[in-house]
Design a protein around this ligand. Sequence first.
Ligand SMILES: Cc1cc2nc3c(=O)[nH]c(=O)nc-3n(C[C@H](O)[C@H](O)[C@H](O)COP(=O)(O)OP(=O)(O)OC[C@H]3O[C@@H](n4cnc5c(N)ncnc54)[C@H](O)[C@@H]3O)c2cc1C
Length: 458
Amino acid sequence: MTTAQRHTAALAALADIVGPAHVLTDPDLVAGYETDWTGRWHGHAAAVVRPGSTSEVAAVLAACTRHRLPVVPQGGNTGLVGGSVPMDGELVLSLRRLSEVTEVDPVARTLAAGAGVTVAQAQRAARDHGLDFGIDLASRDTATLGGIVSTNAGGVRMIRYGNTRAQVLGVEAVLADGRVLTRWKQLTKDNVGYDLPGLLTGAEGTLAVLTKVLMKLVIPGDATQVALVGIDRVDDALTLLGAASRTGLVLEAAELMTAAGVDLVARHTATGRPFTHAAPFYLLVEVSGPGDIESRLLGVLDDAGSLVLDATIASGPADKLWRYREAHTEAVAASSRTPVVKLDLSTPHRSIGRFIDDLTAGLSDRFPQLRVICFGHVADGNVHVNLLDVPAASQERVTEFVFDLVTRYDGSISAEHGIGRAKARWIELSRSPVDIDVMRDIRTALDPAGLLNPHVLF
Ligand SMILES: Cc1cc2nc3c(=O)[nH]c(=O)nc-3n(C[C@H](O)[C@H](O)[C@H](O)COP(=O)(O)OP(=O)(O)OC[C@H]3O[C@@H](n4cnc5c(N)ncnc54)[C@H](O)[C@@H]3O)c2cc1C
């Protein structure tokens, strides 16, 4: 059978499983699934299939294995490393129809939901029960639970509740051959064998397709206060955060921004600049805690003296202050003449300030035509490096320069977005050969034919 005949047979089998209306081949309908959020990563899909239940996902994967048709699982398609889009004729398996929150258990503090439920939907369901969802990120209206589990997303509350892996209690997932793996217990303690939910978390769709997730919920913090603080140096942010923690304030979020980034957002959103005089860096910090947190936060800022160039504070959720941080991704995308090169890195805490200084100086030295906007979850040592106006011909060289630098700082080439397609050829910078061998062995054991996300990770 030729490849074309195999594909035709596979698509006919898929239409039998999910119904012809859920196998998309019309180029206009497929286009949105073939390009990622950044516009930098795209490819061509054999078709998009949209199953509506676990049994349909299982039958789809079994059919793909029979017909040797590679598969790219896709949730909200907000991932920033090209992992959710096909490269060359794979089937896009969209999980968005698995969009039901099946249960919120206010006693066990858990949420059971389909992989296609969005983060915002999970947050609303949790809040309806007086609880909250521990993960929050600016893509919340589109990113799905399957996506955040598969990428082990961090987000702005990681400092408070940990990453997605810390919230996952159980999963239901379909293996490449169509078998359904269910590890689903509302137990805090359960040490029987390998931690398979933990393994599938962060696997970027290379080991199995998640269909349902059982997530922990958190008790929402007390009322919060948010401060936007102008500072001279990145290290000043860490000094302020240390001082706030020592007074007993609970850090709910801590985000770093630069003058260039805040300026871009101010222009893009047509809100004014936060302060009359621009500061080199800005720290956005949200705190909670017992007692009068407003005066305690003001006390921390007062005690910091000249370290604080300017500051404004507001009661949470303080959407206007948060907008400066949350609008960064869209402002950066709108301003760049080329698809933004997004590199999400982490360094040890003590060196994040020096790293950002070296990075900015090194880039402007070697690549004067590009613009760099850094922002990120500073308390996690995480910096999102956004490179604007990078001609396609220099993307690799620029990436290499940044990755070499972060490796010299003993950092990671992926703090929270994963490896996807974007960073696959540099994975050995952050993992040893034996480490990579073990990961390959695990992948081969679960997906011997290599059908799941073949271009991702390695
Ligand atoms: C404005 C903006 C802000 C962001 N902020 C953050 C942030 O603060 N922190 C952060 O970590 N990320 C952030 N991201 C990146 C992105 O939102 C996350 O990576 C998110 O987890 C992706 O979810 P998704 O549903 O869109 O997944 P997709 O983009 O569809 O997929 C991501 C990866 O997971 C796989 N996958 C998706 N669903 C499944 C499934 N059901 N089973 C198996 N594999 C699956 C895909 O194959 C792909 O490899 C941001 C993105 C944007 C656009």
